[in-house]
Design a binder for this molecule. Structure first.
Ligand SMILES: NC(=O)c1ccc[n+]([C@@H]2O[C@H](COP(=O)([O-])OP(=O)(O)OC[C@H]3O[C@@H](n4cnc5c(N)ncnc54)[C@H](OP(=O)(O)O)[C@@H]3O)[C@@H](O)[C@H]2O)c1
Length: 407
């Protein structure tokens, strides 16, 4: 008979409920590999259970409440009492990660959080363990399944942003209130966590610049198609001249990029490093059973010591003005010299045009172009000037283009 291993479960919603079910199914298997039989020793919700009692009768605490408080307080109290903690809470880690990791180190316990980024895709473990020896240069991620589903549908069917969002809500890929998904904030929290691990640098969510997909139109998708580009909401964390930039924004990708073929509600992360070239991991980014599987993986890892909690060994300076290639879309009056004026302003700000498409006549004239990479501040200064030209029929739209292809 295996000794029991007692798990206190905080939260019994989509993921917490799925975790309890999965544990019942897999307990025998876990006992076979760890020598300990896991069991739920108590469950806390808003209407059930008492935290102190659950803590007293647990060897490990699983936090699946979400949000900042009381999750932070419970996680800290559990670690101070010498309990390992497993959490799926990206908000908590992107706001209070340093405090929590310090507490884990101080009290000699593990704080594991695989499910906090990209659901069941094992990117945390890969960065913390498999790639611990690699000097990571850059991470690109599709880390929000809701927005990836919406953009995939817009590209596939030519429908509007609003119709694709309504479809995502109907299918359960988007919450009733999708704000933090579509405005990029959810992805920003996940990129803060990935950047922290890949670059050994504390990154707070407030240091991640983000833009969402609310402004994307069916028109952008159509032009992108002409340039051979696909649109994704991309999180990027990259080393630039010894500093670190972390951001989330919509970006066009050429078809050779590993993330270009990730469609629907899936997540994927590409890690680039000179030694390893490029590694891409992809899979379901959310869902109760999927996320519960990642949580159980963490519980098993905590049952079989040792594993490490990350310590800050570097502190790279965070930068937010970086070089990007851009797509620029303008609805213009069909006068002679329009393209020349736009090109002149771009040239004065150091922007050079890689390719250009001009379509339509009269009231329907449009200019779409792709620029070579330049500093974002320079590009946006040029766009500000272009926006004030009187032949523009609506504000210009700019979207970043990721140029790298891996073959
Ligand atoms: N859902 C996903 O697909 C997914 C994917 C990846 C990560 N995650 C993360 O997993 C965590 C849980 O998400 P979820 O979707 O399972 O959430 P959920 O369905 O809303 O469940 C939350 C649970 O926490 C309980 N709770 C809320 N506030 C509480 C409080 N103050 N004290 C005690 N219990 C409280 C709720 O209790 P009541 O039952 O009483 O309301 C409920 O049981 C979050 O951090 C989320 O970001 C979720």
């Amino acid at each position: 008979m295996s000794e029991p291993f007692r798990i206190g479960l905080l939260g019994h919603g989509t993921v917490g409920g799925a975790f309890e079910t999965l544990l019942e199914q897999r307990a025998g298997h876990v006992a076979a590999i760890t020598g300990l039989l896991p069991e739920i020793s108590g469950i806390l919700t808003r209407s059930r259970g008492d935290f102190d009692e659950i803590l007293e009768h647990s060897d490990l605490v699983v936090e699946l409440i979400g949000g900042l408080e009381p999750a932070r307080e419970y996680v800290l109290r559990a670690m101070r009492a010498g309990r390992h903690v497993v959490t799926a809470n990206k908000q908590l880690l992107s706001h209070h990660g340093e405090e929590l990791w310090a507490a884990a180190r101080e009290h000699g316990v593990q704080l594991r959080f695989e499910a906090s980024v990209a659901g069941v895709v094992p990117v945390i473990r890969v960065l913390q363990e498999s790639l611990a020896g690699a000097h990571v240069d850059r991470i690109h991620g599709i880390v929000n399944g809701t927005t990836n589903y919406i953009l995939s549908e817009m590209a596939r069917t030519g429908c509007s942003y609003g119709d694709a969002l309504a479809d995502a809500q109907r299918l359960g890929y988007a919450e009733a209130d999708p704000t933090d998904d579509v405005n990029g904030k959810d992805a920003a929290a996940k990129m803060a966590i990935l950047a922290r691990l890949a670059f050994d640098t504390p990154v707070h969510i407030d240091q991640v610049t983000y833009e969402g997909i609310e402004q994307i139109t069916a028109d952008d998708m159509e032009y992108a198609d002409e340039f051979g580009l696909g649109l994704k909401l991309i999180g990027t964390a990259e080393r630039i001249d010894g500093r670190l930039a972390v951001r989330v924004h919509p970006a066009f990708l050429y078809s050779g990029h590993p993330l270009a073929s990730v469609h629907g509600p899936f997540n994927a992360i590409t890690v680039e490093s000179e030694a390893i070239t490029e590694i891409t991991m992809s899979g379901p980014g959310a869902g109760g059973p999927q996320t519960a599987s990642a949580v159980l993986g963490d519980v098993i890892s905590a049952m079989i010591p040792p594993a490490s909690t990350p310590e800050t060994t570097q502190a790279l300076q965070i930068v937010d003005d970086v070089e990007s290639a851009f797509y620029l879309h303008m609805e213009v009056a069909d006068h002679p010299g329009v393209l020349a004026q736009v090109a002149q302003i771009l040239g004065e700000h150091g922007a050079s045009i890689k390719s250009v498409v001009q379509t339509g006549l009269g009231e329907r004239a449009r200019l779409a172009m792709v620029m070579h990479p330049l500093l974002e501040s320079q590009f946006f200064a040029a766009v500000d000037r272009i926006a004030s030209l009187d032949f523009l029929r609506s504000p210009p739209r700019a979207i970043r283009v990721i140029e790298e292809e891996f073959v």
